[in-house]
Design a protein around this ligand. Structure first.
Ligand code: ADP
Ligand code: MG
Length: 325
């Protein structure tokens, strides 16, 4: 049985790779990290709690990718480039040593994928697995929710509904045996593909942005409220994967896309004149980007399907996820 510091030294201190750019003045291993930068620094912190953010039986690898990407998604929404992160873990004492190994190795792979190191953290034992990640990014101009303008296009970078569909598959109440589609959806839940590079490139021409963590309508709603405007969405354009539509059918898939949550796509608004520029940059980065509607002066979100008013089958389910109600 290894000690706390042996575990930190073995599994967490090596996570300071790849090298941070710019490098910290003092990296991991001291009582605190020290950094200096003349750029705008963006920070966001997210806790991932066993049984709340992922099923209690999730593998260490799945917890690692989900926790890191859920946190990193906020940098995508801000149009920031990832710089480094810090990591706090609370781990039950009965977890085997192999859990730590799998978790550390999975994070090391995530670090390479997103090109950001872990430069500090805290390790404690507790009754429930909790992984808290604070991400630090750099940007020229942080994007906000409050600058959408009437006439802007509404865009989604990434796809919608897959994560909510994946959670339904994980919870196991599916009758169909379409395992390839179910596997793809569970992957959307544990390994959402973040439009980080695209949002950093688009930041000079985007007016408002938010990451889709609580469902498109809930999150776009935050933009509309902060920007004092409304929106009109054409639901035939919602970016849904083939796996989602084939597993759930188009009506239920659309509901998952509107309010499923945790997709970690980014919803943003931009002037009409930027359409070409947005498409070109998205093509260059191979990131799906879809124009789904317009910002309007009238408050509220009007839904249409092929030009006709759209009435949701579950109108009472319009609210996004809330931890307390
Ligand atoms: P202190 O008791 O001074 O808070 P710790 O013993 O908690 O220090 O941590 C020692 C060093 O190990 C620190 O530099 C800290 O950043 C690092 N560390 C501890 N836990 C983690 C972790 N989960 N991930 C990354 N670094 C960690
Ligand atoms: Mg100390």
């Amino acid at each position: 049985m290894s000690t706390e510091f042996e575990r930190i030294a073995r599994w967490f201190l090596p996570l300071d790779q790849p090298a941070a750019t710019p490098p910290p003045l003092l990296g991991n291993g001291d009582d605190a990290l020290a950094v200096r930068t003349d750029q705008v620094q963006v920070m966001s912190i997210d806790a991932s709690v066993s049984g709340t953010h992922f099923p209690a039986g999730a593998s260490a690898e799945d917890v690692a990718s989900k926790a890191l990407r859920a946190a990193l998604s906020d940098l995508a929404a801000m149009g920031a480039r990832p710089w480094f992160y810090t990591l706090s873990v609370v781990v039950p004492t009965f977890f085997p040593e192999t859990w730590w190994e799998e978790f550390g190795q999975a994070l090391a792979r995530e670090n390479q994928l997103w090109q950001l190191p872990c430069l500090g953290g805290d390790t404690a034992a507790g009754e429930l697995l909790v992984v808290t990640i604070q991400v630090h990014g750099l940007c020229e101009r942080p994007l906000t929710r409050s600058q959408a303008l009437s006439g802007d296009d509404v865009w989604v970078a990434g796809t919608l509904g897959g994560s909510g569909g994946g959670l339904k598959c994980l919870l196991g109440n599916r009758n169909s045996r379409n395992t390839a589609a179910q596997q793809a959806l569970m992957d959307d839940f544990y390994r959402p593909v973040l439009p980080l590079a695209l949002m950093a490139e688009l930041s000079p021409i985007v007016n408002a942005a938010i990451d889709v963590s609580d469902g498109l309508l809930a999150d776009l709603g935050h933009i509309l409220e902060a920007s004092h405007c409304g929106a009109k969405l054409a639901l035939e354009h919602l970016p849904m994967t083939q796996a989602l539509v084939s597993e759930f059918g188009v009506v239920a898939a659309r509901e998952l896309a509107l309010s499923g949550g945790e997709d970690f796509a980014v919803c943003f608004t931009a002037p009409r004149a930027q359409r070409e520029a947005i498409m070109t940059r998205a093509d260059g980065l191979d990131t799906p980007v879809t124009r789904i509607g317009k910002i309007t002066e009238i408050s509220g979100c009007e839904l249409t399907l092929k030009g006709l008013p759209y009435v949701r089958p579950d109108a009472h389910k319009q609210k996004g996820y809330d931890h307390f109600v």
